[in-house]
Design a binder for this molecule. Sequence first.
Ligand code: NAG
Ligand code: NAG
Ligand code: NAG
Ligand code: NAG
Ligand code: NAG
Length: 573
Amino acid sequence: MVLATSFIASLLLLVAATPRAPRTMVVHESRAAPAKGFVQSAAAPAEQELTLRIALKQNNIAGLETELYKVSDPTSEFYGQHLTLEEVTEFVKPTNETVAAVSGWLSENNIGAKPVTPAGDMLEIKIPVSQANDLLSAEFSVFTHVETGKTIIRTLQYSLPALLTQHVEFFHPTTIFAPPLRSKPKLVAASSAKRATAGSDDLPDSCTSTITPACLQELYGIPIAPATQKSNTLGVAGFIDEWANQADLTTFLTRDRPDINSSTSFALETLDGGSNPQNRSQAGVEADLDTQYTIGIATGVPVIFISAGDDSPDGLNGFLDMIILLINEPSRPSILTTSYGFDSETDLPISVAINLCNTYMQLGALGTSLLFSSGDGGVEGSGSCAVFTAPFPAGCPFITSVGSTGFDEEDRNIERGSTFTSGGFSNYFAIPEYQAKDVAAYLAFIDSLGTIPESGRFNRSGRGFPDVSAQGENFEIVVGNQFSNVAGTSCSSPTFASIIALLNDELVAVGKPTLGYLNPFLYSSVGRAALNDLTIGINPGCGTDGFFANIGWDPVTGLGTPNYTALRTAVGL
Ligand SMILES: *[C@@H]1O[C@H](CO)[C@@H](O)[C@H](O)[C@H]1NC(C)=O
Ligand SMILES: *[C@@H]1O[C@H](CO)[C@@H](O)[C@H](O)[C@H]1NC(C)=O
Ligand SMILES: *[C@@H]1O[C@H](CO)[C@@H](O)[C@H](O)[C@H]1NC(C)=O
Ligand SMILES: *[C@@H]1O[C@H](CO)[C@@H](O)[C@H](O)[C@H]1NC(C)=O
Ligand SMILES: *[C@@H]1O[C@H](CO)[C@@H](O)[C@H](O)[C@H]1NC(C)=O
């Protein structure tokens, strides 16, 4: 960080005396209208200060991807040899030529820049609206989100000097109109049936109507004994003023994990003005669910609740800032579970989506497993039904997307996909190598059904999701001192993440590296054999049945649900 700062500062001095020359401006990004739900209200006040991020071309992102697969493929001799921050930085830093070109232009305009990332591939500038309009031939205006009344300053188009277009990915936030992040899990009617408690021998009947940690332990063979390795930590992402409440956690543990200390707590880390007030009336359903089902399942694993506030200069509700924060941390969590997302990848310009996805790649290369709930919109997402939409970041190949399952209504012993599970194919990201055979097999299966309403509504060359799944219906939680049941892929991601956390704990205990980026392992022959392949389930939407679960990978249940005993063996324990 320090190096990058001083490097840019000295370049600014060098070129300060160069006379200003006329520039040919080229439109860099534009859109015809704001996104649905936003209206243009007025010109932005000329003196108002804007904070803008400039993403510079990274010198060798393809090289980083090659390294990532080398260290994440269990058949590679480099498996588990996660990269250092210095090694990652070498791939993502911009070239000297890029830095010189962009710094020169900024200093000609008397604009100071500060690096946002350790590699200096993203810069932040603060300039008034009037100067931004001149600099970028833009028309920054005030736009109002009709539903929430929140206002943002954006432009429908901006330009760059022709000589800079090869050096700059994008200016941000400019043409992005990201709606609020996807909201919380749904509250569902709680059953009055007797609940299971820890230590049961068989899956109790009650688990088909109310899921507790004991149900998940029994169903997936999750160990109950506490983890021992304090270095292996599990991060739980918090956004949109969702706060995790300690008193709710204690009430939950008292009833649902009577075998562990009910005062077990989580550490707190904040960014972008985040906080975690403990007024019980302000407890968040999502945040309480995520902390209760990590601490309640990953017994003894240190959990860190990472709370992003509303003051997010990344223009992405803190989604990028949280990842940059973790990249910068020497003792970053080995796993991050996130139960938030954007309903449609088209909420993000493709340039921004690719940049954020590549930032996940960096964190994966450093050895952190990234798990995200796949989304709760079925096959439909929130887009037009002409083509099914993928939520973000489900389509990013560098994260593990987790779908939801429940028990079949006709045969309560059968685990099947949940109808609300988002699953399908990305329109932004191509099929990664690790799932190429799986997607081809699935396409052959769906083609064998003949012409069906789904035909032609999805992208046959897009990355398929989810990757895996776990239970996500009727989870018993405590919110604001009330026991409630909730449903959503929001339940599934913390569950799967907790299983990875316990595997990591055992790996660290015998001196082995943590699992890091999971997908090449999960899709390998040993990885998939350790998952329960589900073959029942659909995710309807857009007047169709959606996709169908099938033998092997499918875009409803992914590769399947975890079997801890089998996973232990698969990771070499
Ligand atoms: C880029 O600049 C740095 C710092 O001035 C210098 O050490 C390095 O050799 C330069 N790299 C190239 C390829 O010119
Ligand atoms: C339970 O945890 C709390 C908080 O960490 C601690 O203060 C207390 O001593 C623990 N109680 C027992 C019985 O271990
Ligand atoms: C807790 O929040 C409620 C509702 O926002 C408020 O009425 C109450 O005063 C708060 N209590 C404390 C102790 O802050
Ligand atoms: C389908 O996915 C590919 C690969 O990501 C992409 O290049 C293409 O534009 C997508 N097609 C549509 C219609 O979105
Ligand atoms: C989980 O894996 C173990 C060991 O491979 C196997 O004995 C057991 O039957 C599996 N459980 C399920 C539910 O498939």
